[in-house]
Design a protein around this ligand. Structure first.
Ligand code: NAP
Length: 351
């Protein structure tokens, strides 16, 4: 039996994405074959396509950090799971496919009756947001936080979870995202026409307790300046390395896994050395999952539970068939996307 998956043929723009048709993968011992219902499309996928994300595999590879699907076949030695079960996983790469085989240990059960696209939006984005709020920043009700990219995938998740935590929120976004950001309970700051630092100091006086900075580069230092004494920047992304969905520096076409994060490390170190009791702390979902897999599982189940209770509502910007992955990357690169793009490789089954 055959299936389709997307491969990145070379490091570069969306044209690097191609559809490959091949035999379905067979589960090895301890593995489960999963029919993918929904795979998240995210900026980390774009960065891996460009070759600059620290997790970038060698080409050719199949992108796709997260997926929700149905258990189709069990490999030898798998127990406690049945064909037909709905499962979620964060394989980091490989999810842009109709079928994947994953170790059973990687799979988390999805509660019944959740929409697959909504559920997949929680795996990378909401677990990242939840862990940054509650494990890195340990926010308390009443604290002030600034979220960069507040209408994007992780940003909108931070606002929904931040509102539940009772924090006062400010969010940078382009003019298109402003109404979404205020609907989600934050004061929008138009990063294209306003200086966010001036705005934060005008609105809050002494600054904020926490900045969630997914932009990276020199922006980390500006985020630190937005803090009040004793505050913390949680630095977690490299969005500023991209421009129009391509490498902002123009130095593409290779696998440079540590080039873009070198500057990131410098700012984190400097954050500790300069006065003001202001800290810059890094966050990485993949490293926390590798070091403490039980926390990833626990936090994913916590956000699934919030979705089940309708306390959160992921913003799905658009659903795409698998073969339109390249178009989805083009649109994501153009910017102005509110919420999350999702691939639905077996759409006829799930929707
Ligand atoms: N460390 C981790 O574990 C982890 C996990 C997940 C994601 N990430 C990182 O998090 C970042 C965001 O990912 P995502 O999937 O949420 O991306 P996304 O959905 O594309 O959102 C990015 C947002 O940033 C906004 N933006 C762009 N330039 C900006 C600027 N100068 N100031 C303020 N906002 C700006 C964009 O707005 P417009 O398009 O409207 O301009 C967009 O809303 C990426 O760097 C990604 O690699 C890290």
């Amino acid at each position: 039996m055959r299936h389709k998956r997307i491969i990145v043929t070379h490091y570069g723009g969306p044209d690097a994405l191609e559809v490959l048709e091949e035999e379905r993968p067979k589960p090895k011992r301890g593995e489960v074959q999963v029919r993918v219902l929904a795979a998240g499309i995210s900026l980390p996928d774009v960065m891996m396509r460009e070759g600059i994300h620290p997790e970038t595999p060698r080409v050719p590879f199949t992108p796709g950090w997260d997926l929700v699907g149905i258990v189709e076949r069990l490999g030898d030695g798998v127990s406690g799971m049945e064909p037909g079960d709905t499962v979620a996983a964060l394989p980091i790469s490989g999810a842009y496919a109709e079928f994947v085989c994953l170790p059973q240990l990687e799979l988390v059960s999805v509660p019944p009756d959740l929409d697959a696209a909504e559920a997949v939006s929680l795996i990378l984005n909401y677990v990242t947001a939840y862990q940054m709020l509650h494990r890195s920043a340990k926010v308390r009700s009443g604290q002030r936080v600034l979220v960069h990219g507040a209408s994007g995938g992780v940003g909108s998740a931070l606002l929904q979870l931040g509102r539940l935590a009772g924090v006062e929120m400010y969010g940078t976004c382009s003019p298109r995202g402003a109404s979404t950001v205020s609907d989600l309970g934050a004061v929008p700051i138009d990063y294209q026409h306003q200086d966010f630092l001036e705005e934060i100091h005008r609105l809050t006086g002494e600054g904020v307790d926490v900045v969630f900075d997914g932009l990276g580069g020199t922006n980390i230092w500006r985020s630190r300046t937005a803090l009040r004494r004793g505050g913390k920047v949680v630095a977690y992304g490299l969005t500023a390395s991209l421009s129009g969905g391509r490498l902002a520096s123009g130095h593409s076409s290779g696998r440079h896994r540590f080039r873009e994060i070198a500057i990131f490390g410098l700012y984190i170190a400097a954050g500790w050395l300069f006065p003001g009791r202001k800290r810059v702390v890094p966050y990485s979902i993949q490293w926390l999952k590798r070091l403490k897999p039980e926390l990833f599982r626990k936090d994913l189940l916590a956000v699934f539970d919030l979705l089940k209770q309708r306390k959160i509502k992921p913003l799905i910007a658009q659903r795409f068939p698998l073969v339109e992955a390249r178009r989805a990357h083009e649109l994501l690169g153009n910017g102005g996307v509110i919420g999350k793009f999702v691939l639905v490789p077996n759409a006829s089954l799930s929707f």
